[in-house]
Write a new protein. Sequence first.
Length: 421
Amino acid sequence: MWALTYLKPMRLTKECRVHFRNTAVIGIAGEHQVYFANIMTQMHRAFGRGGLGAVMGNKNLKAVVASGGTMIPVGRYTDIDAGLWKKVVDSMTGLKYLGTSSILGVANSNQALPTRNYSATTYEDAGKIDGEALRKHTINVNTCHSCLVACKRVTQSKKYNIITEGPEYETLMALGSNLCVNSLDDIIKSNYLCNKYGLDTISTGAAVAGLIEASEKNRTKYKITWGDYDGVHKLIEMIAKRKGIGAELAKGAAAFAQKHDVPCYTVKGLDFPGHDCRGLAGQGLSYAVSNRGADHLYSMEYMEEYGNPERTIITGKAKRVVYNENRNAVLDSMALCKFSVRFYTMDDYLKILSKITGSMEEKDMQMLGASIVEMERRFNCKRGFDKKDDVLPEIMKPSGFEEELKSYYRLRGWTKNGCPE
Ligand code: SF4
C-alpha cells in the first residue's frame, strides 16, 4: 500500500473486512513530507495547494477510506427545481467543450499566462499546448459525481504510452508555459508523474521554474535549461523522494528563491497560479488578501476580468472581491463546485440553500460567507499574519494597489493593519 496514490477496493486485513468505496490517499511525496504534497482521490484528483499531503505524512496517516452506500437525507434537497439541471445541460461553455484547457488561449490573449518563471505573461508556443491542441490527445471525458458538465479530459500520450486525466489549465501553465515546455506529450507525462507521486502541479512547476532561472543565472551548480522536459521529469521524481537538489525544491519555491537569490513569486508562501495579475488587476488584489495565499479560487475575480476592457485597472474592484470571496466561502461549505458560477445565478444558489436550510436571502448568504472569511483571518492574525503579508511581488503590483487594499480592509471592517478588531 505504501507509495501508491490509488487504492483499489480491497479487504484491508483478515480482521478488517471493509470493502471501501473511495479513498483519500497520500503518495510518495506525502510520505516524504514534501511541503506541497497533495491528498489524492480517484487516482487523478487532488486536494492540492498548501501541502495537506505532508500533514498526513507527518502523522503517518497513509489513507482515509470510505465505505457504505446508505443515502443521507439532506433537508428537501430532492425537491430542487429540475430547471437548475437543465441550465447546465443547455449551456455550451468552453468548460464543457474543452475542459479547463479552454482557458489557456484566453489567458494568453489577455496577457495573463505566466511564462518562463513568471517573467512574461504571454507564451509564443501557446497554440501548441492550448485546449484545441489537447483535443488531439483526448480519448474520453470524465466527471465528478453526478455533474453534467463533465469537464475532465482523459488523455493519452503515445510517446510515453500513458493514459491519464488532465492536464488541467493550471498544469498546462505550471509544467508547460512557465517552464517553456511546448509539447503536450511531455506535459502529460509531467502531470502523470505528479499524480503518481501525489505532488501539487502548480507548486512543483514553480519550484522547477525557480531552479531553471537559478541555473541560467549561475546561482546553482545544478544545470537545467528552459524547455528541458527530460530534466523536468527527472526533477519531479527527485522532489517526491527528496533526492539531491529535489530535497531543496521540496521545501517550496519561496525557500529556494531566498537561498539562491532568484525572484520569488508567492503570496504567504503559496505560488501563483495561472491568471497573472499583470493582465488581471483585480485578481491581483484577490491574490494578495486571500487567507491562504495566491489562490485563484478564493474569489475567482479572474472570471469577471477576462475580456473586460477594465481588466488592468484595480481601482473600484475591492467591493466585488469581497462579494465573491463571501459567495465562494459558502460554496466551499456546501461542497459545491466553484465552476457552477458559470451556470448558476445568485437566485439559483439561494434556491438550493433555502431548500436545505430554510429561507435564505442574498444578504444572509453574504453574512455567512463574511463570517467564514473573518474566522480564517482571525486564525492567520493570531499566528502573526497581517498587512505585511497581503502583498504582491513588485513587478506584479498594479498601480493603485495600496489604495484598493485600504478599501478592502474598510469594506471588511478590519483595522488598517488588516486584522479584525
Ligand atoms: S463538478 Fe466541477 S470540476 Fe467536477 S466535472 Fe463538474 S464542473 Fe468539472
